[in-house]
Ligand binder design. Structure first.
Ligand code: HEM
Length: 120
């Protein structure tokens, strides 16, 4: 599983979807835009595709809750992908499955501080 998701994040999606990694250059930004922008674009451009829905919600300054909605039940795949995103962006994060529809992402640094840096 880890090998596959790392291939997905580090190789495959880099070819066709590289602009997203530049547009949303952090785990938090990427996840916040996964539903509205990335998977939405896939849904519109790849015939027959039906990528899962994700709704994000900040529980506190360092904890992002990611709600997963799909009929496929591939939530562990999502957990592995988020871990791979952390490696990709070189961010220290902890990813935990709370239940079949809910993933918790803990940032072991202040994600808001990095947002300020990005804009400066
Ligand atoms: C540029 C990045 C990404 C692209 C282009 C992308 C695209 C896709 C595509 C094409 C599918 C197959 C949909 C289908 O055939 O019906 C898919 C499925 C999936 N994606 Fe993404 N994805 C990306 C990033 C992510 C990330 C970071 C996550 C982690 C939260 C994620 C979670 C999933 C899951 C769990 C599925 C399996 C299908 C399901 O659960 O219903 N994706 N994605």
């Amino acid at each position: 599983m880890d090998t596959f998701v790392e291939y997905w994040i580090f190789q495959y999606t880099q070819r066709a979807y590289y602009p997203y990694y530049r547009m949303f250059p952090s785990v938090a930004k990427f996840l916040e835009n996964l539903d509205k922008v990335i998977h939405r674009n896939v849904r519109q451009t790849v015939p027959g595709s039906n990528p899962p829905r994700f709704v994000t919600e900040w529980r506190d300054a360092k904890t992002l809750l990611v709600h997963y909605k799909s009929q496929r039940g591939l939530v562990s795949f999502a957990v592995a992908l988020i871990k791979a995103l952390g490696k990709y962006f070189k961010e220290p994060i902890e990813v935990k499955l709370l239940n079949n529809h809910l993933i918790e992402v803990k940032f072991l640094y202040d994600p808001n501080a990095s947002k300020i840096l990005e804009h400066s």
